[in-house]
Design a protein around this ligand. Structure first.
Ligand SMILES: Nc1nc2c(c(=O)[nH]1)N[C@H]1C(S)=C(S)[C@@H](COP(=O)(O)OP(=O)(O)OC[C@H]3O[C@@H](n4cnc5c(=O)[nH]c(N)nc54)[C@H](O)[C@@H]3O)O[C@H]1N2
Ligand SMILES: Nc1nc2c(c(=O)[nH]1)N[C@H]1C(S)=C(S)[C@@H](COP(=O)(O)OP(=O)(O)OC[C@H]3O[C@@H](n4cnc5c(=O)[nH]c(N)nc54)[C@H](O)[C@@H]3O)O[C@H]1N2
Ligand code: SF4
Ligand SMILES: [Mo]
Length: 868
């Protein structure tokens, strides 16, 4: 089959992929050696994309309620309900909630329909939850939302500071690039994160700061730079406007000792950070959600831009503040103006811009002011002011803060439309109309990555069922609402051409976003190679502000939140290496499930001991907004008093890990971005009488009815981890018909049941009150075995067996025990040696930080057991 050059479905690194279709719905994935973002490398998620392209769970037909309908009926209904609602209640009674996972072409049409034709700016995006503080910070500092950095800066830097970014897990290919630069030229690495993440584990210095103290840290460093003569007075004089009282304000409370106290880090470490910064002019400060997702997110961004501007570390190779984007097209969304607070093509809602865009679109109903930001938008739905909402490519019933409230709002909304690729999501349960969109591998258009590089996503498969591209669905609704010529697009390139023209329309250079270099002919679009717009942003020191100067912005550290007796802990939320958001795609890939099979709450050993919470037990985390169950992981990577939980689990596959219910809907005043990283919380142990697991061939089926049930995909089926109270017999009813073999041990309260069909294993249930449960690995493999092993109910292979331990390298299926044994027995001292011995870490490389940690923990031990 011919190779298709496309772009990864996941993160904002934007890696190029060469895909070869190998069957109806199967594909071979390789990194594109010619793509500037990855030069052929892919992380674990990209590598295993091929496991996620099946049609399991897909929405393949338009649905009104539970009834399958044709496209005409569905589109007519959406157009009519939106038109009627607008006619009766005005344009601000409707809303779109979109996503950084739309392609630029989809995003453009959605934005144009709402802001130019419906006449409201009530279109916001999940990027509000993601990088709106970076956008607001960039606009305050530079006058326009331009990211003044590229991946090449990481190669050229002498110092890289990662602030609130778990790069090793969330942007693995960028992390590998940093590691390569380090190996080549000794780049220093500082990580600033309250948790000791795998990213932090390999750094020269890790500052485990108190959450939310980033402004104090950066202001302290800036004050120290001033006192040490490190301010670039010349750069400031020529290129930056400094508020009169800026330096006076910075003087207050920013001495080393005060900052160390505020940030709760040793003063010696803080000093070391300052000295590293002083010694390395080529500094990149790369930041992500630990900075953005805060009620002071915008100030935190500006504390970073202040530091770079004041020391002249911007617009030069290897020196820049670098807001790394999360979603594959977060940046494209910014370019089309997909946020409620931006207009289009990096224009805002000034009267000139509104007039200009209105002229370009020949728009009858231009929105004249910003619309509602995500949290306010859903609040407005809840209050009945928004009466029709269309949600595309995002799952707000899981991912919004205070998601319980969002669910109530959607349940009460008169008209909810959801465009998704998956039939049943926690959000689509509230939909009156569900529209089937084409997914990655079928979509056709462009995305922009973190470094402003625009690449094509190209189709590998034909659209399945009646799925249609999002831009097509949107333009059909636009046409049916009466704007036939404005939405007369036949192909994505028609939209692209218009987007390119708008970027250059009456743009005398005042807007840096301008796509002149892109030639918009049909053939060029087909062939389009990845390209960056606005190379070397700010190299000339000229900024897109009225006076051409950047701005220092006075920012002060917010006082810490008062600790309440009822909520003594602080809850932090974030990501796992091998899962993507609400798992609609990664949840299908058995290999990706092996890294973390259940949602864990991570807690410091002192807190666990004090609260009588055991490692591996269950615990309930509660906050002022809601509560959820998690499996406990006791780890000193957490600071005392703080908890960490993942964001990925949903009602689809779990009774616990419902993190969206927990954060408060509190937002940054400038950007409207929620403070997802800090929520006052409490945690308590939850006792269960029995534990177990259920292995099932084929489709997952119904959720077991017990306190704790979490599902992961395994080859040929799924695995449920279970725990509960009372009789576990209810679970037995989920077993399919077939021949049973059973074993009971009343003394330990153990029950083991295997169901066989045609001589092969079809389901397996192991439950116990007092006993131990076997490792799942071998049992999972029995689903694929041609015959049933005699030792099946013993839970292990006939003959001697080895426990590999939890899987570390998902590409080659290599467990922690295997790796630590090799480290100890063969005296392996670095990641490369482990790779040479076992292959672990030699494919995608995502597990290299984990291997490095095992080496640090076990090197120089004679055997694993000697260390226990
Ligand atoms: N595997 C994986 N990769 C992904 C995604 C995914 O779902 N899975 N999603 C993508 C998306 S959309 C995004 S936005 C990115 C997010 O990428 P990241 O921002 O790297 O990921 P998070 O885990 O949300 O949070 C980063 C870190 O911020 C730290 N943090 C919390 N509070 C503070 C604080 O007050 N100060 C500082 N300095 N740090 C703090 C947390 O402890 C956490 O380790 O990842 C992208 N990549
Ligand atoms: N507590 C807490 N909450 C968070 C965060 C956090 O760190 N902590 N992070 C926030 C951040 S940064 C982000 S980006 C959000 C992400 O949160 P969401 O956007 O809600 O998460 P996804 O699971 O990526 O949802 C994407 C949906 O779109 C569907 N989809 C995929 N491709 C397409 C397509 O091409 N077209 C259509 N129509 N549908 C498609 C998928 O099936 C899925 O249902 O979560 C936010 N929520
Ligand atoms: S780093 Fe991984 S998830 Fe991100 S774009 Fe590259 S391959 Fe995809
Ligand atoms: Mo994000």
């Amino acid at each position: 089959m011919e190779a298709v050059r496309t772009t990864c479905a996941y993160c904002g690194v934007g890696c190029g992929i060469v895909a070869r279709r190998t069957g109806e719905r199967s594909v071979e994935i390789a990194g594109d050696p010619d793509h500037p973002a990855n030069a052929g490398r892919l992380c674990s998620k990209g590598t295993h994309l091929g496991e996620t392209v099946g049609l399991e769970g897909r929405l393949l037909h338009p649905m009104i309620g539970t009834k399958r309908v044709g496209w005409d009926r569905a589109l007519d209904l959406v157009a009519r309900r939106f038109r009627d609602t607008i006619a009766r209640h005005g344009p601000n009674s409707v809303a779109f909630y979109v996503s950084g996972q739309l392609l630029t072409e989809d995003y453009y049409v959605a934005n144009k329909l709402m802001k130019g034709f419906i006449g409201s700016a009530n279109i916001d995006t999940n990027s509000r939850l993601c990088m709106s503080s970076a956008v607001a910070g960039h606009v305050r500092a530079f006058g326009e939302d331009v990211v003044p950095a590229s991946y090449a800066d990481l190669d050229a830097a002498d110092l890289i500071v990662l602030v609130g970014s778990n790069t090793a897990w969330c942007h693995p290919i960028v992390y590998q690039r940093i590691m390569a630069a380090r190996a080549a030229s000794g780049t220093k690495l500082v990580v600033i994160d309250p948790r000791r993440t795998e990213t932090a584990a390999e750094a020269d210095l890790h500052l485990a700061i108190r959450p939310g103290s980033d402004v104090a840290l950066m202001n302290g460093l800036l004050a120290w730079c001033r006192d040490s003569g490190l301010i670039d007075r010349d750069y400031l004089a020529r290129h930056v406007r400094v508020p009169d009282d800026f330096w006076d304000k910075l003087g207050e409370g920013n001495d080393l000792w005060s900052v160390a106290r505020t940030c709760d880090v040793p003063a010696t470490d803080l000093r070391r950070f300052y000295e590293l910064f002083a010694a390395n002019q080529r500094t990149v400060t790369l930041f992500s959600q630990g900075v953005n997702q805060s009620v002071s997110g915008t100030d935190q961004v500006n504390a970073i831009t202040n530091l770079h501007l004041a020391t002249g570390r911007i617009g030069k190779p290897g020196a820049a503040p670098f807001s790394i984007t999360g979603q594959p097209n977060a940046m494209g969304g910014r370019e089309v103006g997909g946020l409620a607070s931006t207009l289009a093509a990096h224009m805002d809602f000034t009267p000139e811009n509104v007039a200009r865009v209105g002229r370009f679109w020949a728009a009858p109903n231009m929105a004249t002011k910003p619309g509602l930001k995500a949290v306010d938008l859903f609040r407005s739905v809840g209050e009945g002011r928004i009466k029709a909402i269309w949600i595309m490519a995002t799952n707000p019933a899981v991912s919004m803060p205070d998601a319980g409230q969002v669910r109530e709002a959607l349940a009460g909304c008169p008209f909810v439309v959801v465009s998704d690729v998956i039939a049943d999501t926690d959000t689509s349960r509230f939909a009156h109309v569900r529209l089937p969109a084409t997914a990655w591998g079928e979509k056709d258009g462009t995305v922009t990555n973190s470094e402003r590089c625009i690449s094509r996503q190209r189709p590998i498969f034909a659209a399945p069922g009646e799925a249609r591209p999002d831009w097509w669905i949107l333009k059909e609704v636009g046409r049916r609402m009466g704007w036939r010529s404005a939405f007369a697009y036949d192909r994505p390139v028609d939209v692209w051409r218009e987007h390119v023209r708008l970027s250059a329309y009456q743009n005398d250079g005042a807007r840096r976003f301008r796509l002149d270099r892109a030639t918009p002919g049909n053939a060029d679009y087909e062939k389009m190679a990845p390209f960056r717009w606005g190379d070397d942003a700010f190299a000339d020191g000229v900024y897109p502000t009225p006076d051409g100067r950047a701005r220092l912005v006075t920012v002060t550290q917010r006082p810490g939140e008062r600790q309440l007796e009822r909520w003594p802990m602080m809850l932090n939320t974030g990501r796992y290496r091998d899962q993507w958001h609400t798992m609609t795609r990664t949840g299908l890939a058995p290999r990706l499930a092996r890294h973390r099979e259940e949602p864990l709450v991570e807690i410091h050993p002192d807190d666990a001991a004090r609260l009588d919470i055991a490692d591996g037990a269950l615990a309930r985390v509660s906050t002022p907004r809601g509560e959820s169950l998690y499996r406990v992981a006791v780890t000193d990577a957490q600071r005392p008093g703080e908890l960490f939980v993942p964001i990925h689990w949903t009602d689809r596959g779990s009774t616990g890990g419902r993190t969206g219910l927990l954060p408060r809907p509190l937002v940054d005043p400038h950007s409207g971005q929620p403070g997802f990283k800090s929520t006052p919380a409490a945690i308590a142990p939850v006792a269960t009488e029995w534990r177990g697991f259920l292995l099932m061939r084929g489709e997952p089926g119904a959720m077991p009815d017990c306190l704790w049930a979490t599902r992961v995909a395994v080859p040929q089926g799924s695995l449920w981890e279970l725990a509960g109270n009372g009789d576990a017999a209810a679970i037995e009813r989920l077993l399919p018909p077939g021949d049973r073999i059973e074993a009971f041990d009343p003394a330990k309260g153990s029950r083991r049941i295997a169901v066989l069909r045609d001589g092969r294993l079809s389901a397996l249930l192991f439950v116990t009150s007092q006993g131990v449960l076997p490792s799942r690995d071998w049992l999972i493999a029995q689903l694929a075995a041609p015959a049933v092993a005699p030792t099946l109910l013993a839970g292990r292979a006939p003959g001697p067996s080895v426990d590999r331990g939890p899987i570390v390298c998902v590409c080659f299926d290599i467990g922690a025990r295997t790796i630590t044994d090799a480290i100890c027995q063969l005296g392996l001292a670095d990641v490369a040696a482990v790779g040479a011995a076992l292959r672990a870490g030699t494919n995608c490389g995502s597990c290299r930080p984990a291997i490095a940690r095992l080496i640090a923990e076990h090197a120089n031990q004679e055997s694993v057991n000697a260390g226990r």
